[in-house]
Design a protein around this ligand. Sequence first.
Ligand SMILES: [Zn+2]
Ligand SMILES: [Zn+2]
Length: 395
Amino acid sequence: MTSSAPVRVVWSREMLAYDFGHGHPMTSERLDLTIRLAEALGLLTGPDVELVGAQEASDELLQTVHDPAYVAAVHRASADGTPDLSFGLGSNDDPVFPHMHEASAMVVQGSVDSALAVWEGRAEHAVNVTGGLHHAMRSSASGFCVYNDAAVAIVALLDAGAQRVAYVDIDAHHGDGVQAVFWDDPRVLTVSLHETGHALFPGTGHAREAGGLGAEGTAVNVALPSGTGDAGWLRAIDAVVPAVVREFAPDVLVTQHGCDTHLLDPLTHLRVSLDGQRRAAELLHDLAHEVAGGRWLALGGGGYAVVDVVPRSWTHLLGIATHHPVDPSTEVPDEWRSLVRERYGRLGPDRMTDDREARFSPWASGYDPGDDVDRAIRATRAAVFPSLGLDPDHD
Ligand SMILES: [Zn+2]
Ligand SMILES: [Zn+2]
């Protein structure tokens, strides 16, 4: 690591306000437990880490991605609690909550500040686990997401002078909102690996979705079969992500680390382990150093196993990004386990691992046309590799 700039971690207690309320899967307890675990392991102190909160993004900044009428609707709903279903506000997925605008705008500013800190060399890497709200659309809330912090941060990078930005999304759900914003923009590569839209919200993200006119090959989708575990998931990441990102040669890498791919996640049907997720984060960190001079913004995302998965998964992400990776055999600190016992009346996980090897065989060793995961990988490579100047069979 050659940079002496600190790693920036976005966090303040005010960010707990992004919470859809009692009984909703998107509870901010997931963030609270994550930060408390990372703190208990000593990851958030020291001269090489900068822990910073965020102001609320201005309407002007939000409108670099969002329709002004939508931003105005979020303000109204936030102020008086009135649903406005024409903008997706007040649905079952996206109920209106107090300070919805302020809380959502804070997440956006946190990602934008981080992106610019990385771009300007004030931070070596940056992590915003409150961000990664990838389903938010230009004119509507969707899938627990109000404003699309990832898209606003990418626009901010382009406006600051970045020529090309790559976005890699490993959440169990398709990163549809980010893809939609940059569909026709050849300066932004969006890559999403997710459970197939035939089985899971939002229903999109098929291999043939490959980018608009003039931007062919800059939307990359790997639609994995339900039930895919570590070996298939990591094989898919390895078979697609490094090749397309290297070829695209981005100035900055933005990644979304939704951890709802885990086998314990209540909303999805993938079977990835904590160890698989950690391995993916390592791969993306290494890739950022290799292709983007280390300019890396890592975001959170989905993840609804609030006690058993999210805190450990994103603590590993924080450890990797701050260059203090947590050994998987590490015991979960007693103070954190006591907190879980008090709050939930149950025992939390006791170690930072699921005891999985997280092994996979690389694509180069050959593929099996009878295997569903391999067919999904092959479909993606066939759909986008030629547009990017890559060979679907040999790169
Ligand atoms: Zn998700
Ligand atoms: Zn690094």
